[in-house]
Design a protein around this ligand. Structure first.
Ligand code: SAM
Length: 282
């Protein structure tokens, strides 16, 4: 059964009833689930369960499931979605034990629904591998998928992931959804390169979903270069802007620098581009 992804008001009436009626509640962190039980006015016992739980823990749970009702909850959102439970559900089904759902929040769907990116087809890719080689291989395998890509990501890794995506996938529209349903919820849209530059200097706090538009939504490379440079030139001199855009887009630095200078010249005639930060001190 699903639980909230940050806002207790998102606990459904049915999920709350499951929590009150279950014989036992299998959960990740009993301290986190205790809050959910309080919100649901449940006094049912909890039992820790993880994908790496010892085989006998899963076996005991499966044995209880033949005669008792067991509710499986995650620390946040829907179990099995980048969370424990797949082994338990698969094995329960294999043994003919009935499994039902109390559906509810999931960060991936919540982010997709407010991103403004295409929703007709999407691919949930969970967390990318932490090591660069494996991460880049996983990104390459997704490059041709004609669907919006949805990733879970952490603040400390966001900038590196955006840069790798930008280099591998090119100038696609994307969005960073942060702290959904919480006080500091925000949705930041931009191209992969713009977002890579933005988060290279500020590491975001909290929980993050990263979304990338399908390949057909990519802009022409020239547009992408200009857009990324204009965003960078708003806060840094041409030399630094060219360096960060060249890293984010994977294009040669001299090319980015030449275009940055050209845009800077244009900016002298265009009041919208005239910004003190355009004064090149590099
Ligand atoms: N089972 C959960 C679900 O259905 O969304 C996901 C669990 S996964 C271990 C946790 C990750 O989900 C976080 O690192 C973050 O990427 C994403 N996430 C969870 N809550 C979020 C929120 N309120 N806002 C943005 N992302 C969130």
């Amino acid at each position: 059964m699903a639980g909230p992804i940050g806002n207790l008001e998102d606990l459904t009436l049915r999920a709350a009833r499951f929590l009150r009626q279950a014989d036992v509640i299998a959960c990740e962190d009993t301290r986190v689930t205790a809050k959910l039980l309080r919100a649901a006015a449940s006094t049912r016992p909890m039992l820790p369960y993880h994908d790496h739980s010892a085989a006998d823990v899963q076996e005991r749970l499966l044995e209880r499931m033949t005669r008792e009702s067991v509710a499986l909850v995650s620390d946040a959102g829907t179990p099995l979605i980048s969370d424990p439970g797949h082994g338990l559900v698969r094995e329960a089904r294999a043994r003919g034990i009935p499994v039902t759902t109390a559906p509810g929040p999931s960060a991936a769907i919540a982010a997709l629904s407010i991103s403004g990116l295409p929703t007709d087809r999407f691919l949930f890719a969970g967390f990318l591998p932490p090591k660069a080689v494996a991460r880049d291989k996983a990104i390459a395998a997704l490059a041709g998928v004609p669907a919006t890509l949805v990733f879970y990501e952490s603040g400390p890794r966001l900038a590196a992931t955006l840069k790798a995506l930008s280099v591998a996938l090119g100038p696609r529209p994307a969005a960073v959804a942060r702290e959904l349903t919480k006080r500091h919820e925000e949705l930041v849209p931009g191209t992969l390169a713009e977002l890579a530059i933005r988060y290279a200097s500020t590491e975001p706090k909290g929980e993050i979903v990263l979304l990338v538009a399908p390949p057909e939504a990519a802009m022409l490379p020239a547009d992408a270069l200009d857009q990324a440079l204009k965003a960078a030139l708003a806060t840094m001199p041409a030399g630094k802007a060219a360096a960060s855009v060249s890293a984010a887009l994977g294009i040669p630095r001299p090319e980015a620098y030449a275009r940055a200078l050209a845009l800077k010249d244009l900016g002298l005639k265009d009041p919208d581009l005239k910004d003190p930060a355009l004064e090149d001190s590099a």
